[in-house]
Design a protein. Structure first.
Lengths: 220, 847, 225
């Protein structure tokens, strides 16, 4: 039982170490790819291909979920029908786009006149939501950090755009906002970035050492 | 102190009494077991009337406990009396013919005195099995033998033993039955028999712990002598039905011996114990405990006055063995069968002495009789001895039937009360009972005992027996059991005790809670009652209720106070309206009201870099922003791309998102400032398409650009011809411009591609939301240029005086931002004030 | 022209209606909004699948298998096999067969992330934090730069300390050391400022998106009218 899952672990560790080694030993002195570098590229090529398969897996899973929802006549099955229909049509148009010009036009039109407006509109809704949330922030949680947060946001907003008919807000636009954005915010961001990088490093090493095995169950 | 009831006879005894003064059985069990009737009595309970017959069975024939080294005690086989055939009983009861003579048939009543055949067999008695040993004891255990009768029997036994020895069949073990033999032999040689007989029983009864106590020679001899004087001067105990000769009328009438057997029966003066113990009877008891020599002889020489009043003293019926059962004895048997159970029991308790059995009586009968006599002897002598200590009552007083005599019939179960040698009354049909009348001169006690009374007494005795049997089972009535609380542990416990059965047989008789000897055949008891209901105490119940409330409270969702949904919606509508108005008005006016900004975020570095790029060197542009922010990104990217395209720089478009290529196409075709350049795919730019894998793809791109993106979105080769011809790697590009709205995507590009760019600058056009996280990279020098948000785009356009989308959106952006700022301020202030007022109102209400 | 107009009109109407359907959410949740969202999900999923096929699988697997060299074919077959195993993840019964492919992706991604984090963030950012105190190039502004450098360094360090969650076991429960608690508190302030700036940036970006949408609607109506 203990040796179940060793295959996946061996694969993950071996190819991961090879890719990591390519960072250091992937190039020769003259800048050309070394053997390890070439092997690294092969591995990366396969990873790119598998990433494409991963997109298909996600989309097929979406199909299965909504198909099951329709078959079980759950609540919202009608919407699932709309989703499946549009998905299939778009996919077919995409498959035919290389062969049929009208299909290409429709395929492009589906993105340009359906997906793009909807997605942009969804982003536009965020303005009202964020504004309303900032109003209720201090009513829900009134403490020093929330006050600092809201004040900083307001100051940045004030310094970002000039006021109509008044122009740039003095002191806010030219001093406060740049200082806040470039020093404390940048410092905090740098700390966050370094922390994220250290976490990424730790997690990656754990995977490469085999301590973490997020790739499937025990029988992997 | 309250008297203690004897577990055997049920009579009250003093509390400090160890042995029952009536029956001699131990009152307090020495082995620690409880007596059969010593159940825990609760207040208000009626005393339990035990069945004395069972006590007789249960009690050990020996007074003393068994000690190591003691010889085994022969057990009472009184139970087997019921199983005896009637003809055997008949033989025992006094029909003493040797072979052809019909035996006297006394009544078949079990209480009848036995008609002892005159066949004592000494060695036979010792060889008698245990089941026969009880023959003689049946009557004695079940019935209370009067002392005087026991004494008579003892004397007779003493006298009969030598006679038995003379005849060749002594019965040394049947000491109690000797008096019958003595009665029979008394007319001939009463004096000679007694000393020998007295010795015999004592010497020949080593197994019996209770040795007959010596009689009071003088007392016994007197009345015996008086008995003998009328006829033969020999007075024999009346319990010798086989005594030959004429029985006194009273005796014959008592025993119910048929008339035909009368001649063979000596009329034995047999005063039935129908009254309280007279003085003479007590004296007789004391004298008759141990038959001693001389006593019977002396007693046989003189007949007491009371006995002489009843007529001639009957001769000992046992003196002539082989003769028929004397008439007196047969008459006694017949009479006592239905009516006189007491005297019959008297006779039955005193098994006849087989020492003087007639020669005609078979040996086995004599042995039976002898065993019965031996078994009864200790009991009778005990009773005689104890009765002697009592104050004798007048023998002739008209008194009711004494308790000890009445108990004879009551304590005698039908199955066990049959004496060992009582002859069956088969020869006497029931209709002939009347023939067995008492003699003309009947004693007072006997005359008082009318047939109806006798029947009643018999019935009562039987009822008592039945009741005692029922109660003996020690089980509560059903109605009592129904009232018992079923959930009470204590009751279960007591019920468990009550369900224990008292062992009846064997060495563990009298003990409770004994395992049955045979599986499945043990004492049945009520199966325990198992309750399906959980026994929960009050405290546990309370805890359970508390827990149930807690759990129910957890499962039930808390009823949240209804928020002011209407006010929330109104706030949202107001905010929307204000923002829409603020943003929409500039579209209507289409005037530029907002002045320009002061400086860009990167201080114009990007513009400088782009301006310094070579014209014909391709630039890699990554369109890695989402369609959701395409409006801002197109507005922000437009001036930079415009500057770039204005130089005719070839572009290589790439994207790590599936929608990137489409966005790139849309940007180049529709975006203001860019569409004017009319870049054509394949000519001025090559759309390399979608690069999967994220950071892995980026690293792949850095390793081999041509391998990572071999073809464009149309499937045509991208690197061999066209604008990207000659490009081998990223370092061959003039610059790498990343258009992204996501800080992570930008970071990936910086981390994966940046180190491999060499001198190729990397510029980044980002959304306002990604600026804080990307700025450190710009500050660290990893990014050469950074354009962030609409303000930078506005400045960029302003610097090149090429108004684009940023310019178009600026008024709305300014009004919208101002509206948002004002809404936030007003909303926060209003919210704080409203909460304060609400709290004050709440405090007032609570106060 | 009429066809184009009609095409533009049709596409415009479609975009206009979909935009209104989405913006109707500001009034309240309604079926029109839900339909528009489900349409969006379907179209985007179908588009992504088509792009993944034409721009990843077709050129990297199908083309090499059909017209590639031996090496390319071998590599393509290996990639195809791993990809088919990855598709086994769709079914719970065959899910275990996809574990090797997942392991391959995880291993490679982990290595890439580690390399990028070290070489792209940790080292450069650390170096940048040190360079803040490189006052040689500051000139007269060295004090200002030094002061800002101190703040930057303090913000960076305290922000990192804030994310340190190691604690010692005490009778009252796990507690961080006092120094860590103080520095973490300061770091919370810097993080709050950073998040406030982020919030403002998101609001500004969404504002721009709303402006773009309203501009579209106004333009369409203007063209229509």
């Amino acid at each position: 039982m203990k040796f179940k899952g060793i295959t996946s672990t061996v694969i993950a560790i071996s190819f991961g170490v090879l890719v990591l080694a390519g960072y250091i030993f992937g190039y020769n002195a003259d800048g050309s790819l070394s053997l390890l570098g070439q092997f690294q590229l092969i591995i990366l090529n396969i990873a790119v291909i598998l990433a494409g398969f991963a997109v298909l897996v996600g989309i097929f899973n979406l199909l299965l979920v909504h198909t099951k929802k329709i078959s079980q006549k759950q609540k919202g099955a009608g919407y699932s029908i709309v989703l499946i229909v549009t998905l299939v049509i778009t996919f077919l148009l995409g498959l035919l786009a290389h062969y049929v010009p009208i299909a290409a036009a429709l395929f492009n039109g589906a993105f340009q006149y359906i997906q793009l407006p909807i997605e942009t509109s969804l982003m536009a809704l965020l303005v009202v939501t964020l504004t309303y949330a900032s109003i209720r922030l201090l009513r829900r949680r009134l403490n020093v950090l929330s006050v600092i947060f809201l004040v900083t946001a307001w100051v940045i907003l004030v310094g970002t755009a000039p006021w109509p008919f008044l122009g740039d807000v003095p002191f806010f636009s030219d001093i406060v906002r740049p200082i806040i954005a470039q020093i404390p915010a940048a410092a905090g961001a740098r700390g966050i970035l370094i922390g994220v990088a250290l976490g990424t490093l730790t997690t990656g090493l754990r995977i490469l050492f085999g301590s973490d095995r997020p790739y499937g169950g025990k029988n992997g | 102190m309250a008297d203690v009831l004897c577990p055997v006879c049920g009579k009250p005894n003093p509390p400090d009494q160890v042995e029952c003064q009536f029956c001699g059985s131990p009152i307090k069990p020495t082995d620690g077991t409880t007596a059969h009737n010593s159940q825990t009595l609760k207040p208000g309970d009626q005393p339990t009337k035990g069945d004395t017959a069972e006590f007789e069975k249960a009690k050990s024939p020996d007074e003393n406990p068994i000690r190591p080294g003691d010889l085994p005690t022969k057990k009472n086989t009184a139970d087997l009396e019921r199983a005896l055939p009637s003809w055997l009983r008949t033989l025992r009861e006094g029909k003493r013919p040797a072979s052809g003579e019909s035996l006297a048939e006394p009544s078949s009543d079990e209480g009848l005195p036995p008609a002892p055949p005159a066949t004592p067999a000494s060695d036979a008695s010792s060889a008698l099995p245990d089941w026969l040993s009880g023959l003689g004891e049946a009557g004695s255990e079940d019935e209370e033998v009067p002392d005087w009768l026991a004494g008579l029997r003892d004397d007779k036994s003493i006298q009969s033993l030598p006679a038995a020895g003379e005849e060749g069949n002594p019965s040394p073990d049947l000491g109690n039955e000797d008096w019958m033999a003595r009665l029979g032999n008394e007319p001939q040689e009463p004096t000679t028999e007694s000393p020998n007989s007295s010795e015999g029983p004592a010497a020949e009864q080593p197994a019996f712990d209770v040795s007959p106590e010596p009689d009071t020679d003088g007392n016994l001899s007197d009345w015996l002598q008086s008995l003998q004087s009328p006829d033969s001067g020999v007075k024999e105990p009346p319990a010798v039905p086989q005594s030959e000769g004429n029985l006194p009328d009273w005796l014959s009438s008592l025993s119910g011996v048929p008339e035909e057997s009368k001649p063979a029966s000596n009329e034995i003066d047999q005063p039935a114990p129908a009254e309280n113990n007279p003085d003479w009877l007590d004296e007789l008891k004391m004298n008759s405990v141990t038959p001693e020599p001389g006593t019977p002889a002396e007693g046989s020489e003189s007949v007491p006055d009371w006995l002489s009043n009843y007529g001639p003293v009957p001769t000992t019926p046992a003196a002539t063995p082989g003769e028929n059962v004397p008439d007196w004895l047969s008459g006694l048997d017949n009479k006592s069968r239905p009516d006189s159970e007491a005297p019959a029991a008297l006779f039955g308790s005193e098994s006849p002495d087989t020492g003087d059995l007639p020669a005609e009586t078979p040996d086995w009968m004599s042995r039976l009789q002898a065993d019965a006599n031996i078994a009864e002897e200790p009991e009778k002598k005990k009773e005689d001895f104890e009765a002697a200590s009592e104050e004798p009552a007048s023998p002739k007083s008209a008194e009711p039937l004494p308790e000890w005599l009445s108990g004879i019939g009551t304590t005698t179960p039908p199955s066990s009360a049959t004496p060992a040698l009582i002859l069956d009354n088969t020869n006497n049909p029931p209709g002939e009972e009347g023939e067995t009348n008492l003699p003309s001169v009947t004693p007072d006690w006997l005359s008082k005992l009318s047939p109806e009374q006798a029947n009643e007494k018999a019935a009562v005795s039987k009822e008592d027996q039945v009741d005692s049997e029922n109660l003996e089972a020690a089980e509560l009535p059903s109605w009592v059991q129904a009232m018992r609380p079923v959930e009470s542990v204590v009751d279960q416990k007591s019920a468990a005790l009550e369900d224990q059965v008292t062992e009846q047989n064997g060495p563990l008789a009298g003990l409770r809670g004994v395992l049955p000897g045979q599986p499945g055949l043990g004492a049945l008891r009520k199966p325990p009652v198992y309750f399906s209901k959980l026994l929960v105490s009050d405290g546990q119940q309370r805890y359970a209720e508390v827990l149930e409330r807690l759990v129910a409270g957890e499962s039930n969702p808390r009823t949240v106070a209804p928020t002011k949904l209407i006010s929330n919606r109104i706030w949202r509508w107001v905010t929307t309206l204000l923002l829409f108005l603020a943003i929409g008005l500039p579209f209507v006016s289409s005037t530029q009201v907002a002045p320009t900004l002061l400086a860009a975020s990167d201080k114009g570095v990007s513009s400088k870099i782009i301006g310094g790029l070579p014209a014909n060197v391709p630039v890699l542009v990554a369109f890695d922003y989402d369609p959701a922010l395409s409006g801002e990104m197109e507005a922000v990217s437009a001036p930079i791309m415009d500057q770039l395209l204005s130089k005719g720089t070839p572009l290589a478009l790439i994207s790590t998102s599936p929608t990137g290529p489409a966005l790139a196409e849309h940007f180049l075709q529709t975006t203001s400032l860019v569409d004017v350049h009319q870049y054509q795919s394949g000519q001025q730019y090559v759309n390399l398409g979608y690069l999967a894998g994220g950071s892995s793809g980026m690293l792949y791109l850095t390793g081999s650009l041509t391998a990572a993106m071999p073809v464009d979105v149309n499937g045509k080769p991208a690197w061999n011809s066209g604008p990207l011809q000659g490009i081998q790697g990223l370092s061959n590009f003039a610059a790498v411009i990343i258009l992204t709205d996501n800080a992570d995507t930008g970071r990936n590009w910086i981390e994966q591609v940046g180190p491999h760019l060499g001198n190729t600058p990397m510029l980044m056009v980002i959304s306002t939301q990604a600026e804080p996280m990307i700025r450190p990279y710009f500050d660290s020098g990893q990014l050469k240029g950074l354009v962030s948000g609409l303000p930078d785009a506005k400045i960029y356009e302003q610097s090149y005086n090429r108004p684009g989308l940023a310019y178009h959106y600026w008024n709305s952006f300014s009004f919208g931002m101002l509206a948002a700022e004002l809404i936030i301020v007003a909303g926060v202030i209003f919210g704080i004030l409203a909460d304060r007022l609400f709290l004050r109102k709440k405090n007032r209400e609570e106060a | 022209m009429p066809a184009i107009l009609s095409t533009d009109l049709v596409t415009g109407i479609i975009s206009f209606l979909l935009t209104l359907m989405i913006l109707s959410y500001l009034i309240g949740d309604n079926p029109a909004f839900r339909v528009a969202v489900y349409i969006f999900v379907g179209v985007s999923a179908g588009y992504a699948a088509a792009v993944a096929w034409w721009q990843v699988l077709f050129p990297r697997i199908l083309m090499p298998l059909l017209a590639g060299s031996l090496t390319e074919r071998v590599l393509a077959l290996i990639a195809l096999a791993l990809g088919i195993l990855l598709l086994m993840k769709l079914s719970p019964r065959t899910s275990t067969l996809g574990n090797p492919s997942i392991a391959f992706l995880v291993g490679v991604s982990a290595a890439v992330a580690v390399g990028g984090a070290v070489m792209g963030t940790i080292i450069p950012q650390t170096q940048a934090s040190i360079n803040l105190f490189s006052l040689s190039s500051a000139g007269n502004l060295w004090l200002e730069r030094f002061f800002f450098g101190i703040i930057m360094l303090l913000g960076t360090i305290t922000s990192l300390v804030y994310f340190h969650f190691g604690a010692k076991a005490t009778p009252d429960g796990p507690k961080r050391s006092r120094l860590v608690t103080i520095l973490g508190g300061i770091g919370q302030v810097f993080i709050a400022i950073t998040l406030g700036v982020l919030f403002a940036g998101v609001l500004a970006a969404s504002m721009t998106a709303l402006i773009e949408r309203l501009n579209f609607l106004w333009s369409f109506l203007a063209k229509l009218l």
